[in-house]
Design a protein around this ligand. Sequence first.
Ligand code: SAM
Length: 233
Amino acid sequence: MRIDVLSIFPSYFDGLTLSLLGKAQSSGILDLQVRDLRDWTSDRHRTVDDTPYGGGAGMVMKPEPWGLALDEVSARSARPTIIFPSPAGEVFTQATARDLSSREHLVFGCGRYEGIDERVFDYASTLGEVRLISLGDYVLNGGEVATMAMIEAIGRLIPGVVGNPESLVEESHEDGLLEYPSYTKPSLWREHAVPDVLLSGNHAAIASWRREQQLERTRKRRPDLLAPDDDRS
Ligand code: SAM
């Protein structure tokens, strides 16, 4: 998969050279290019923002650098998926991550200040499929942290990125439930014991206990994930 990121703070993304996504880049599974939006400005101050029409607080990102940057990075495939992180977008979920992990080319446009001139989204839709995606119902200072979170969630679903694909199947949100609790050695730690069933070697009993734990946790912590008529047991 190819991912292009446009940001005025490219060094935010240095962390993506570490761990599994770093390895995915070294092995060629993931081609991640982070570009400085200011490279597409032409004035001495490399200006990317201006005051809002109609007045109001804060600055708005100018359309010109965005247009040039999107023209260049979008041309790297026939029709990329262009994602603008935004608190006013659809909420990012595991299903969104899975959907996006099957795309050939993603472009992320990281907003700053009060956001990006609205015409940029209309223009981008002539170059590819545009998605405005929110990390959640709160406001961040910029799109970088949201983009990093999305790239990590999407990237680990690309075949070959996580060594054992089975570890992806049982995770929280994959089947609409939260994951069961996990334990490792020692079996007794500071007077806290691992549940007996996990030491029993009885695989059917372990599977059934884990399922119960998934349902109990989900009911307790995230009842919103279970429909009122959910009859999973
Ligand atoms: N004025 C905008 C609004 O009220 O919708 C908020 C702008 S925010 C300060 C600057 C940038 O941070 C946004 O353009 C977006 O890229 C990013 N951002 C902020 N909150 C976000 C969220 N919850 N999810 C994704 N991106 C977010």
